[in-house]
Design a protein around this ligand. Structure first.
Ligand code: TYM
Length: 365
């Protein structure tokens, strides 16, 4: 059986990229696991969040809001272990041990680190900015991520494309540990990615949709009202061509919207959008383009307007039940607290077992 692990940072409300790249897939995996004995762990990674400066009061709110969000999208706390990483201190303990078998050179090559470094250089007036302005915690971020995964001896990790390099490091570290301390102790975790592994910014379809981009119109949050969704989709970058075509190189904006639409509303019967290859995802996006082109031919509608109206409706309808559930859960802090305890207890049992073995193998108490 598989052991599935994934995590999300409690830094703000998830956007459509988080949802289509990861969260929805977690729910699909949970539902698919009904007939198997797969184990699923989904973690809210507070320790990762503080690798960048956070306001404590805000972090506290966002942390518990993320728990509500994970339940609202349909994760079942009795079928999965949904928990706060920061309630299970074994994460940092294993991270320390892995730190001691990780070379600085390897971490220096991590693209997320390199891009944070580049941003730090850009926003600063001085030219001599370097890694001294970023924290040691941020540098070691991918090692903590490896610890998250290995603590549960996970075999599969559903993430978006931006996490693939971190997953490679997790495999390297699992392998290094196994060679050095105990043969075959950690499985080498594989990534699971969705056809929408990289949802792009609505405003700048060359970069990924991200929580931290300064332009709030670049992302749709899963709590956005129908009016907000409509407004943001309207502002999305498209082009002036009469008809639609899926062409991520020449028509990145249009293609991004078509992919999102195809992910929310799979155009072919019996196609649930899960577990399919990239080829099929492209096909689905092009099928939507064909369908809308027929309407453009018939009615003389503008391609951009029709695509945006159709997408708005699909987004609003997808989000409605999630938002209703989220509202309900936010009014029930008692229940949320209970679910936090449940998740923590389940996670801690496994984490303790792994760590007592690790300490022994490493030669510590
Ligand atoms: P985070 O919180 O940045 O993002 C959560 C998930 O959303 C995916 N994602 C996207 N997918 C498609 N298109 C996008 N534009 C997009 N933006 C984000 C991310 O790939 C991710 O799957 N380091 C992780 C959290 C983490 C983790 C772990 C993940 C900590 N420990 C262990 C897996 C296993 C992160 O910062 O994700």
């Amino acid at each position: 059986p598989k052991v599935i692990f994934s995590g999300i940072q409690p830094t703000g409300i998830p956007h459509l990229g988080n949802y289509l790249g990861a969260l929805r897939n977690w729910v699909d995996l949970q539902n698919a696991s009904l007939s198997t004995s797969d184990e699923l762990y989904f973690s809210i990674v507070g320790y990762h969040a503080i690798t960048m400066p956070q306001q404590p009061a805000r972090l506290r709110t966002e942390r518990s809001d993320m728990m509500a969000t994970l339940l609202a999208i349909g994760l079942d706390p009795h079928r999965c272990t949904i928990f706060h990483q920061d309630q299970v201190p074994e994460h940092t303990e294993l991270a320390w041990i892995l730190n001691c078998i990780t070379s600085m050179g390897k971490l220096n090559r991590m693209t997320t680190w390199k891009s944070k470094l580049a941003t730090a250089k850009n926003v600063s007036d001085t030219t001599d900015v370097d890694d001294k302005d970023l924290s040691l915690g941020l540098f070691a971020y991918p090692v903590l991520q490896a610890a998250d995964i290995l603590l549960y001896r996970a075999t599969h990790v559903p993430v978006g494309e931006d996490q693939i390099q971190h997953l490679e490091l997790s495999r390297d570290l699992a392998d290094a540990y196994n060679r050095r301390f105990e043969k075959r102790f950690f499985p080498l975790p594989k990534h699971i990615i969705t056809p929408t592994k990289r949802v792009l910014s609505l405003r700048d379809p060359k970069s990924k949709m991200s929580k931290s981009a300064p332009d709030a119109n670049s992302r749709v949050l899963i709590t956005d009202t129908p009016r907000e969704v409509e407004r943001k989709v309207k502002k999305a970058v498209t082009d002036a061509e009469r008809s639609l075509r899926y062409d991520p190189v020449e028509r990145a904006g249009v293609s991004n919207l078509l992919s999102i639409l195809a992910a929310l509303r799979p155009p072919t019967q019996g196609n649930t959008g899960e577990g399919e290859g990239e080829g099929e995802a492209k096909q689905d996006a092009q099928l939507w383009a064909d369908r809308l082109n027929a309407e453009i031919e018939a009615t003389g509608a503008s391609s951009g307007q029709l695509l945006k109206a159709t997408l708005t409706e699909a987004v609003v309808e997808t989000l409605r039940p999630i938002q209703e559930e989220l509202e309900r859960l936010r009014k029930d802090p008692g229940y949320l607290h209970q679910m936090e305890q449940l998740g923590r207890d389940k996670a801690q049992t496994v984490a303790r077992r792994t760590m007592s073995q690790v300490r022994k193998s490493v030669g510590l108490a």
